[in-house]
Design a protein around this ligand. Structure first.
Ligand SMILES: NC(=O)c1ccc[n+]([C@@H]2O[C@H](COP(=O)([O-])OP(=O)(O)OC[C@H]3O[C@@H](n4cnc5c(N)ncnc54)[C@H](OP(=O)(O)O)[C@@H]3O)[C@@H](O)[C@H]2O)c1
Length: 293
């Protein structure tokens, strides 16, 4: 199926493009003029057609969807932002505009990368994701909504204060509640596999990695692999709650919300997702082994 990927210059979207091209699919990517030139060049080198556009520019979305049969959207303003980008303008209104554009262009199947919901912890990013999920389910297009857990490459990385190589890690909450850490590569694999798969149509799929482990268990695995003790800094849930209520904008509120949701744990029953996407998945142990060599 001729597929448009939105978010193609991001961590997940670029992997999705690679997966689709490996499978021989015809792929178009919506890219912004401000995107990293190396990332755009990498897409072109894969054989991806790039079209310029922005989720805040409805006309560009109509052009991007023209002649397209499937859309995969991974875009988010959480980490990659330009002027005017916010949770409201990109994750909510932008994604809703993309659904409109795709439906108007006669797109058959729309795959949306969402996020897990903990009904007790509401924040702008999850509220936006839920609004987009609802609109997609009512759009008349076939849909696959993927709700992955925390990406191990992001949340078990120095960028978020988790740096076992330096002998110190930050965990959110008391570190005892299990999370189904997933590799973004496995999420990309699932998103690419969903396109054109009858079994994945009109499904909301919770996606977790092969084993739910608490942050403290993950630290123990790193300690065993590195044969050294690691200092653990726990950020108390009360501090995260205060951070969320005091946050000046939706983005800061969402970061605090994501950390609170992590603290509450996110163990997933993978029975449905394993039937739909039965490929071998990366475990935290695999990830630790790969980051140590
Ligand atoms: N990290 C996690 O643990 C986790 C867990 C579950 C779900 N997710 C979801 O996974 C998805 C992908 O995350 P990621 O790590 O790939 O994010 P990322 O690396 O920050 O990539 C975001 C992408 O969105 C694009 N984008 C942002 N604003 C845009 C706009 N106004 N118009 C068009 N494109 C825009 C960016 O383009 P530029 O390069 O031009 O900025 C980039 O390609 C997100 O939807 C996120 O919510 C993440």
């Amino acid at each position: 199926m001729r597929t448009l990927v939105v978010g193609a210059t991001g961590l997940l979207g670029s992997e999705v493009c690679g997966r689709l091209r490996d499978a021989g699919a015809s792929v178009r990517a919506l890219t912004r003029p401000t995107a990293d030139a190396n990332k755009r060049a990498a897409l072109v080198a894969l054989g991806v057609e790039t079209v310029t556009g922005d989720l805040k520019d409805a006309a560009s979305l109509a052009r991007a969807c023209d002649g397209i049969e499937a859309v995969i959207s991974t875009a988010s303003a959480t980490l990659s932002r330009q002027e005017g980008d916010s949770i409201e303008t990109v994750d909510r209104q932008g994604q809703l505009a993309l659904i409109d554009a795709a439906r108007n262009a006669g797109v058959d199947h729309f795959v949306f990368v969402s996020f897990r919901e903990n009904p007790k912890i509401q924040f702008p990013l999850t509220i936006a994701k839920r609004a987009v999920e609802r609109a997609l389910q009512q759009s008349g297009m076939a849909y696959t909504i993927l709700q992955p857990s925390y990406f191990m490459e992001v949340w078990l990385s120095p960028a978020l204060g988790f740096d076992p190589g330096a002998g110190t890690v930050r965990v959110y909450g008391d570190g005892t509640r299990p999370i189904s850490w997933i590799s973004y590569r496995d999420v990309a694999h699932a998103a690419a596999a969903a396109v054109g798969a009858t079994s994945a149509r009109n499904k909301v799929v919770e996606l977790g990695g092969p084993q739910a482990l608490s942050p403290l268990e993950v630290v123990q695995l790193f300690e065993a692999a590195g044969k050294r003790d690691i200092h653990i800094e726990c950020v108390p849930e009360a501090a995260l709650e205060s951070q969320m209520s005091a946050a000046a904008d939706s983005l800061q509120k969402s970061f605090a919300g994501l950390m609170l949701q992590y603290a509450a744990g996110d163990a997933i029953d993978n029975t449905t997702s394993r039937k739909l996407f039965p490929f071998p998945m990366t475990s935290v142990r695999d990830f630790i082994a790969a980051t140590r060599h």
